[in-house]
Design a protein around this ligand. Structure first.
Ligand code: MG
Length: 181
C-alpha cells in the first residue's frame, strides 16, 4: 500500500508555494489539470491558476501540464499559461513521464507531480522517482466511475493519514476543523 502514498498531501494547490518546492530541491512542477487545477467542466484556467503559475515561474520554478484528457482539452487550457504540456498521457504508465524528463533535462528527483488521483497521478510519480503531491479533487464526483475510483482510493488514504500521523481523511478533517471555528 505504501507505494501509493504521496510524498506530500494538501487540501488544494493554493497551499503550494515556491518555498515548499525549493526546500525539497524541486525545480520543475507538473500539474494535472482536471479536478486538480480546475473543475473538469471548466475549459480555461482561473485567475488563481494563472497567478499560481506566475508565482512559481517568478521563483524560477518551471511549470508544466499533464493530462490523460484529449488534445483539445489540454491545448485550450494551456493557451493563457503557455507552458509545456502533454495530453492523452497514459498516466500511470511510466512512459507518461518521458516527455518531461526529455524536455526538462533534470533528474526525476528535481521534478514534482501535483494531482488529485492516487492511481494515476501519485502512482506515476512514485514509480518514476518524481515527488508526488496529492491534493483533494475540486468539485463533486459526478459520475459513477468517479465514485468507484474514490472508493478504491479511500483505504489507501486512510492508511496514509495513519502513517503520517493524521487521524482522519481530508474530507472529515475539513469538517472537523470547520466545526472548531
Ligand atoms: Mg485529475
Amino acid at each position: 500500500m505504501k507505494r501509493f502514498y504521496p510524498d506530500s498531501y494538501f487540501h488544494s494547490v493554493w497551499e503550494l508555494s515556491p518555498e515548499f518546492f525549493r526546500a525539497r530541491g524541486i525545480t520543475h512542477v507538473i500539474f494535472d489539470i482536471d479536478d486538480t487545477l480546475v473543475h473538469h467542466s471548466l475549459a480555461s484556467p482561473s485567475d488563481e491558476v494563472i497567478a499560481l503559475f506566475e508565482q512559481l515561474q517568478t521563483a524560477q520554478i518551471t511549470c508544466a501540464l499533464i493530462s490523460n484528457n484529449v488534445k483539445e482539452r489540454a491545448e485550450t487550457f494551456n493557451r493563457p499559461l503557455n507552458v509545456f504540456y502533454t495530453y492523452l498521457s497514459h498516466k500511470p504508465q511510466k512512459r507518461a513521464i518521458l516527455p518531461f524528463l526529455e524536455r526538462f533535462g533534470v533528474p526525476p528527483e528535481q521534478i514534482a507531480l501535483v494531482g488529485d488521483q492516487i492511481f494515476t497521478d501519485v502512482w506515476l510519480a512514485r514509480r518514476t522517482g518524481v515527488y508526488a503531491v496529492l491534493v483533494d479533487p475540486i468539485g463533486k464526483f459526478q459520475t459513477r466511475f468517479f465514485y468507484l475510483k474514490r472508493a478504491l482510493e479511500k483505504p489507501i488514504l486512510r492508511s496514509y493519514f495513519k502513517h503520517v500521523g493524521k487521524e482522519v481523511s481530508p474530507k472529515t478533517k475539513k469538517k472537523k476543523s470547520a466545526r472548531k471555528k
